[in-house]
Design a protein around this ligand. Sequence first.
Ligand SMILES: [Zn+2]
Length: 727
Amino acid sequence: MSFAGIYPIPREIVLLDGFLPIEDATIAVSNSLPPSSIDSARILVEGIAERMKSTLKLRCISDIPCDERFIFVGEVSDFDEVGRRISSLADKLVFHREGYLLAVYDRYAAIIGADPHGVFYGVQSLLQLIDNLGCSSIPSMIVRDWPYKPIRGFHLYLPSRDNIGFLARFIKYFLAYYKFNTLFLEVGGGMRLDRHPEVNAGWMELCRDVKARGERPKGPQNRFQDSVHHELGGGGFLEKEEVKAIVEIARRYHIEVVPEIQSLTHSYYLVAAHREIAELPEADWPDSYCPSNPGSYKLLFDVIDEYMEALKPRMIHIGHDEWRTAGLCSRCRSRDAADLFAEDVTRIYEYLRSRGVGVAMWADHLIKGHNGVGRRKVSADLLVDTPTTWQAAEKIPRDILMINWGSARSPENDEELASYGFKQIYGNYSSLEFIDWPNRSRHDWILGGEVSSWLDVNERTFWRDGVIYNAFMSINDFWSIHYPDRIVKDHIFSRISRILKARLSGRDYPSLMGDKEFFMVDIAGYANAPIRDEVEGYDLSHLYKGEVTECSPIPFRVSESRDKAVAIVDRMVDSRVSIRIGRRANSLIFIHASTKPGVKVYSHYASFRCPDLAAECIGLYEVVYEDGFREIIPIRYGENIAEWNNTLYDTLSDPILDYRVDGVSLYAYEWVNPYYDKVIGSVDMIGVEGLSNTKPILVAITGVELQSYRRYFESGLGRRMHIGNRF
Ligand SMILES: [Zn+2]
């Protein structure tokens, strides 16, 4: 399957001869276009300006002369008004919900959505064509496209205040760009609650304690409790205006926010300051409220009210997964756990329905093959006590949207849930693990899926833990009916990942700038290791020798010597290789790989205290400026380097895999130099001791210098940033 520039793969695409130059086109709208579609036209203007540095005019189609190039943006309902200008499209219109027609001819293009969402998705597809085809002329084509499934979700925690900007970029440049339409936003105690400030205070105290412990709290008698999600809000809370702003950004980009307000289970945030409603008050930090205590609902509904007022959701996700403390208090002890569960769900459901809000929940306690059949397990150090609750499925309302998670390899769970009449989406979906999506998803009671991030919401963890990669791989299942091989999807991802990295970081990478000039550092004189070493376990002999410019977007020079081909340092602090640079640079790109896999753990486990421990530091680059000033760059396994024969693509936070030939993978890590005015004397590669015996292999260094910087510096017209002292 060849890639025509739009992902997820559109339903129908027909390539034609010719091109539309878009630099001098006008964006055209009808007179009657509704505001949300006008905004999609504006998003197209903004998107083109960002990519091509030219701001196209936005005008009514009736004001555009016949000989002027235009891109029409509108809805099917506009067609009567504008059809005269684009009459050839009459028989190609798309009427499926969220669908669009994108037609590109050499005189004009048209994006015609079946509804406002369709208009928006047509705009995103056109922006993708500009990104992926890398030119200001779009090849002529006709795309007819609409989604396979109506719910294409992503689950995350409220971010910390520092990461609101990242989340905004993630929504715009990733989720919306790839046509996700639902954000399950877990909120807990992470928004300022005016009526219950003690809930916020309790939440913060709990998170501080959990970070100090370095693990989730246990209950009495080493009782296993569910997870705290202490990363939510960074362990603190946001102001209402900040949370509202997140929801507004999502709405502008056609993503519906479904707040997840966890109830019954994972309710630490409610109980922290209200031990009187806890099911197990003697726990250090109780994880559930008591469903027989009316006080539980008084507090919960107060909290729900504040979220409803602030966020105005159409649906709320009420949690309810992983109930570990059921029927323990004196009021609940005589009750059946399934009855308690069903009564709790129904009570919250009725409260929300009476206010016109729909309900979603995790489905595990309704499935016998999942958490529905309790399994009491006592080991030497842990009591895992789960109740039998599956009978509740027969007792709760059928119009609750079920989120069926943990069923990637259990197709029978889908049918079991459906047999009660529930509609469902797959939760914690991963295209890489899920068995038989095309067949299992064909039923109309499967409404889609959601990809989850159970992590700090930030750029580093989202890349490093493969969240971005997994979401990228999975969205094609939710939207498309075409299933390219993983290797094809990898290739599509690799083409966009450098741009995506820059957009999600909000930073300019010099290697992506228009006035960049690469310079290749010759490391042959500093190399200390052969091209192939059986003891160290690497073999780079398939690398091209000399200057590599064809198969990598970053040119680099490989030593031609077989014996002194690459630079390696041992895992000890006095192991060092010093490489002369001797010039100014805006960035340096290290082309490297490691000899073996290093140590890397899921960020959640490192998040309690030391997030850096999630990716083992296997060496350092020390940039030494000529004035003696130094900058240290850690080389972290799974973050900016991976093993030379790694074939996966899923885990680097700098996922710039530019080069893969004959089983050799190299990673290009771009370090942006904050001090252009200082001459870089050398880069020292330094060993560090650590957990594994993997070693970094430096194959090449390529520098980037921006012509604008050099011109101002050399001509003396720009100001030189000397402040008088050495550093
Ligand atoms: Zn109770």
